[in-house]
Design a protein around this ligand. Sequence first.
Ligand SMILES: Nc1ncnc2c1ncn2[C@@H]1O[C@H](COP(=O)(O)OP(=O)(O)OP(=O)(O)O)[C@@H](O)[C@H]1O
Length: 267
Amino acid sequence: MTENLILSGVTRTFGDTTAVDNVTLSIEPGQFVGVIGRSGAGKSTLLRLINRLVDPTAGSISFQGSEVTSLKGKALRAWRRDCAMIFQQFNLVDRLDVLTNVLIGRLAEHGFLSSMAMRFTDEERAMAIQALDRLGLVPQALQRSGTLSGGQQQRVAIAKALVQQPKIMLADEPIASLDPANATLVMDGLKQINTEDGLTVMVNLHTLDTARAYCDRIVAMRDGRVFFDGSARQLTDDVVREIYGLKGLAEFNEAVTSTQARAVVAA
Ligand SMILES: Nc1ncnc2c1ncn2[C@@H]1O[C@H](COP(=O)(O)OP(=O)(O)OP(=O)(O)O)[C@@H](O)[C@H]1O
């Protein structure tokens, strides 16, 4: 049985628009995959198809040999727990403290009543603190999430995803609204988890330098299709020009997680 996440002929249409068009991919456990492409290329829809926020019009998605597209009820909830999703806008409850926001990542494990009461075990609290520690956020544990910087909030979102104990981490433009220093911290956090835990990471990115710096494998989409699938080294300037066109390239090629930003963070 394969351990891979396998997409086979996956298509999703919205009216006349084919957002994802016959995509076939096999993602090995522990890969750090960057998905790039122009706005509207189908990157978000691809990630949403994987964790079933969107259902495919055609095709199959399987993980460790089990079909994901037919899951319902409890099995679907278990799948969503296995493939945690991080969004551009963090999806935290601003008025709750950081620790409680992280613990919300455990709610899928609870029954209805204990979820309503937000009752967590000591073990879960320890797990949440440990996740915050990995992302350098223990000092902020009792601070309201709404008072944190965007980069800190995104790292809380990663900690919240971690306590789900997922097998795959999906991140939909996690750094799109962050400054370079914070974007670097968030990407470093994802990379650390990928390296230390062997967690598969699939991340949509708008910036080429980030994809090149962090990803083992880059999948470029164009008009819903996979246009390129290879390593950063194979993603030559000529390929990039074809993916984005000249205008798109100018929009895209701004440095976000720059070496300069790393220097600022390290200082
Ligand atoms: N729920 C929806 N209803 C209608 N059309 C949609 C829906 N979701 C996506 N689309 C369309 O599908 C296409 C792909 O959208 P998608 O958001 O996946 O692209 P993207 O590459 O993530 O773009 P961006 O980088 O701007 O987020 C677009 O034309 C978009 O308008």
